[in-house]
Write a protein of this length. Structure first.
Length: 122
């Protein structure tokens, strides 16, 4: 990340030197994987430009990563990340922070009231 145009703009990039992608062979023929590759128009070999589809897929992945990084940086700079973590009890004792489902709470209360009935169900 660096300022450009005399500080009026900000240039942000992401480098992913070891990103391995494939658009042919292996698991690319499985239904879910094939559907995703078709959705982003990267399935199979590019007959006009050898290696074009894997390059396109890698670029799409890098764009998604860059979007996530930009979102994270904006949340940090606006103070929203800390506020959200505090609101969601991040960093507190997990037993205190995690609400128990109502069904589990009701079942636990019933077992506390009548332990013999709970043992009989097990």
């Amino acid at each position: 990340m660096e300022p450009i145009n005399d500080g009026r703009d900000l240039y942000i990039s992401v480098t992913m030197p070891s990103l391995e992608v494939g658009t042919v062979g292996g698991g690319t023929q499985l239904p879910a994987q094939a559907a995703c590759l078709e959705m982003v128009q990267c399935k199979g070999a590019d007959k006009n430009s050898p290696g074009g589809n894997p390059d396109r897929l890698a670029e799409l992945i890098a764009v998604a990563v860059l979007g996530g990084e930009l979102s994270l940086l904006s949340a940090i700079s606006a103070g929203q990340l800390v506020r959200a973590h505090m609101a969601l009890n991040r960093g507190k004792n997990q037993n205190e922070a995690t609400p128990k489902p109502a069904i589990a709470t009701a079942a636990a209360s019933a077992c506390e009231a009548n332990p013999e009935a709970c043992r009989a169900k097990l």
